[in-house]
Design a protein around this ligand. Structure first.
Ligand code: SF4
Length: 441
């Protein structure tokens, strides 16, 4: 039975020879998670391995109490795969823990860590070193990892400044999202997990990163968090998130590329993001199919509505320029039971319709691979996520649609191409052709 997973990935590698093998393995790890031997865990903030920061969602296949040792000694933020029987080029993968996964990171006989599938070693595993800036704390005693974690092998500073979402409860929350549950579980575990991060603390953490990131690896920051449908601290969504950008750009002008992930807001509010210094806007459209959007994103459907959401995305291209509007969708939820497509081809066709809609306007969507967290309605009903074949066909269709519209990899994602990519929560960057390195501004 267990060898079935090896047969699955090798079968897809054979059927889709133009998709890098790295991407097939990475998608399977992202959709299904990884088990960790104790030797591959971090020692939280005290060791030499960079720990998983839980930067927004849990991205795990179990709740903290279900993760055993991995809840006490955090897993690494990411792993990097190389070599093995498939000859993998360097592949950075975000860590999603699943103690029941057929993939396991463990030391081999000679002590070197490897990735094992169905008991066979399929890659060497490297762990991210603890960055120097994580070894320093803020005046309040908070860690840099808590206030300003970095992901994508240090490329992106991930600033979830509002750790909950005002779409709350079954009738409003997106059906695949565990942001609110993740906040609760960290609080229940007694971990520091700041609901609203003070601007001064964010600046202080960035100061530490700026001082110690002497190689200049950190290149962009993302400001994000839950949707704001009323106000937080007296501010609406554009000013709440925008004031962080304003403060960052005043203190560190042009040091990083400023990005925001927020709702699709009216053009006047989008302009305020831009005025505050944001340069890349991610108004995520989540899933293209109309019926699925209405079912999966009830809060967004009720407050904004799908058609208006899409109109606002197009409008925002007039403020940011189409290259700098990069809306995300959650790859895989199209196939979630009981409402999703049952055939991979239909799900990919629907998603391509959305890609064509945006790409024909010069806007390049991107995607993250769905992690079926068990505390979400869709995760509970689909613990294994979407079929791997869907993910592989999507990569193929995405690349072909980009080519058709003459688009290249979106800005703010680091290098593209197998062996180069650092974007860790999807393999779309591993699948696109390598491009010349981007400038910061
Ligand atoms: S808008 Fe939806 S996806 Fe975004 S944080 Fe709220 S519930 Fe989650």
């Amino acid at each position: 039975m267990t060898e079935a997973r090896t047969a699955l990935i090798e079968g897809l590698m054979d059927r889709f020879p133009d998709i890098p093998r790295e991407a097939v393995v990475k998608e399977d790890l992202l959709r299904g998670g990884i088990a960790f031997d104790a030797a591959a865990l971090s020692d939280n903030q005290d060791g030499d391995v960079k720990p998983k920061s839980y930067f927004i969602f849990s991205f795990d296949h179990g709740t903290l109490p279900e993760l055993g040792q991995a809840a006490l000694r955090r897993p690494p933020e990411e792993i990097v795969l190389t070599g093995g029987p498939y000859g993998l080029r360097r592949t950075v993968v975000s860590v999603r823990v699943n103690p029941a996964s057929p993939y396991r990171v463990a030391p081999g006989a000679e002590g070197r860590l490897g990735l094992y599938l169905d008991g066979e070693r399929i890659a060497d595993v490297g762990l991210p070193p603890m960055p120097e800036y994580y070894r320093h704390t803020l005046a309040s005693g908070k860690s840099v990892m808590e206030v300003a974690p970095t992901i994508q092998w240090g490329y992106l500073i991930y600033l979830t400044v509002f750790r909950v979402c005002q779409y709350f409860g079954a009738k409003q929350e997106c059906q695949y999202c565990d942001i609110n549950h993740n906040w609760h579980q960290h609080k229940a575990a007694g971990r520091p997990y700041t609901g609203v991060k003070p601007v001064e603390e964010v600046l202080e953490a960035l100061e530490i990163i700026d001082r110690h990131d002497v190689a200049g690896t950190s290149t962009a920051y993302t400001l994000t968090g839950g949707a704001i449908t009323s106000r937080v601290g007296g501010l609406d969504e554009a000013d709440f998130y925008g004031r962080y950008a304003q403060a960052i750009e005043e203190r560190f002008p042009g040091r990083w590329i400023g990005k925001v992930v927020a709702q699709a807001l009216p053009k006047e509010a989008v302009r305020r993001f831009h005025d505050h210094g944001i340069r890349i806007y991610h108004p995520n459209y989540e899933v293209w199919d109309r019926r699925l959007f209405e079912l999966y994103c009830p809060g967004k459907e009720r407050h904004v509505g799908r058609d208006e959401w899409h109109r606002r995305i197009l409008d925002s291209a007039e403020v940011f320029g189409p290259r700098n509007v990069i809306p995300n969708f959650v790859a895989g939820v199209e196939m979630a039971e009981p409402f999703g497509f049952t055939r991979a081809g239909e799900a990919v066709d629907s998603t391509v319709e959305g890609l064509r809609f945006f790409m024909s306007h010069g806007i390049t969507p991107r995607f993250t691979t769905w992690c079926p967290e068990p505390t979400t309605p869709l995760g509970k009903a689909n613990p294994h996520g979407a079929p791997l074949e869907y993910h592989v066909r999507l990569l193929e269709a995405y690349r072909a649609t980009m080519r058709e519209f003459g688009l290249s990899s979106p800005p703010g994602y680091g290098p593209a191409g197998p062996g180069n990519a650092v974007f860790s929560v999807s393999s779309f960057m591993d699948t696109l052709p390598a491009q010349p390195q981007e400038a910061k501004k």
